[in-house]
Design a protein. Sequence first.
Length: 329
Amino acid sequence: MTDENTYDVVVLGAGPVGENVADRARAAGLSAAVVESELVGGECSYWACMPSKALLRPVIAQADARRLPGLRESVQGPLDAPAVLARRDEYTSHWKDDGQVSWLESIGADLYRGKGRLTGARRVTVTGPDGSEQVLTARHAVAVCTGTRAALPDLPGLADVEPWTSREATSAQKVPGRLVVVGGGVVAAEMATAWQALGSQVTMLVRGSGLLSRMEPFAGELVMQALAEAGADVRTGVSVKGVTREGGTVVITLDDGSTLESDEILFATGRAPRTEDIGLETIGLEPGSWLPVDDSLRVEGSTWLYAVGDVNRRALLTHQGKYQARIAG
């Protein structure tokens, strides 16, 4: 059986962006449904902003302390990695979303657990974990707030290697002895910094000439210098051409034919929109595409479809997405 319900607004995705769209809609007196297939709170709460900063905070505090005469002598030992990981787990609520679900309920939005797909104009079909289906019809708008996922390179056999992405890097429960980080952006720099400090021997493989290429040059230079001083091996102007896992060891082949061995490999090589399986083809849009929008966050050419946050590619940042959500709401 398929149940059908009608709301003013249907929101796909219960991350910070989707939560804020629903909050603003509800505050204005509109009814709102929110559809989420994973954890309410989204990437930021469980696999990005919060766990990454929880991992980095002890590293930064230790580095600051070591710069102060009279204090540096007291903080020369290694970090207590299990304690750092346990604190990180607290910050992510141990990957349970009860608190965020309670907040969503407190604003009067209805939560639907399951996979939501557009099945026509202003129409979303939700397939629940038990296979049941519910059809949600929006009187006014559907807001796509599904965010992004890690973009992995097209390397043969990569899936068999079970590489880390940002999710595994922020949620790992033990420190790898050796970690290769592929990429030179923010995620790569943050995770290389954190895991080197926690006891990994980190090697960074950067295709460009330096780190943080979208920022002022001095920023990348300072981060690279700090990583090198911490003991990381930062290599620029190199590309990965192949990866295999032999037993517990990852073997990485570089573009010059040389190889590296590691216990884990993290690919931090960009983001892709999570729009590949949300039914865009049913309304004439390309599955897996970014969704360009006007200044009120309506998808170009539509009167009812909104794309808020990372999916419109305007600014892949949580707080910018929340700002957009307030506009859309």
